[in-house]
Design a protein. Sequence first.
Length: 221
Amino acid sequence: MHADLRLAMRQLRKAPGFALTAVLTLALAIGANAVVFSVLNALVLRPLNVPHSENLFMLQRAFSQGDSPSQSYPDYRDLRDRNHSFESLMSYDIAGAVGLDTGSKSPSVVWPYLISGNYFDSLGVQPYLGRFIHASDEHGKNSVPYIVLSYAYWRNHFNSDPAAVGRVVQINKHPYTIVGVAQPTFRGTELFFAPDLWAPIVDQPQIGGWDPLEDRGTHFT
């Protein structure tokens, strides 16, 4: 084997261009394999990090042009209130970027999930600090002045300060109290998107600047 290696090295020294091509090809192959494994690891080997993830299902609406997982909020409420098939039905929306102002410096851009009040309870997850948003917090439109931070955002932007829980910040100039911090391993319910925070979906008019909560024709959740 040592003789074969010495022979191979002599041949490579004689053809440096071929050697460089071989090294680059090997590097690309290793990189491609790493990407494939990362996707496989996320989708198959490590599913959503929530208790009993195998029992989670997504409801889809059938249209003439195909199926869609999006529902209007009034339809979601009807499904939730008339549900007799599942333990619970929760809803969420990956919202666009919003401004978060902590009062200490310029507002930062954050990416939230907008969630129904029963989101965390339905998933059976527990907070790292403080508490989560609950269904009992909801009392109609713009009625829940609370947010929950992701562990990564709390660590990076609040320096892992436990006193962040209870602080009042502003989202798009509306006050919200930080009531909790999620566990380090909880990244939401999408495999390739991790939010900075979770905010109440009933506050969509304040946070998103538009009001689809009573519109059955707007499927956003």
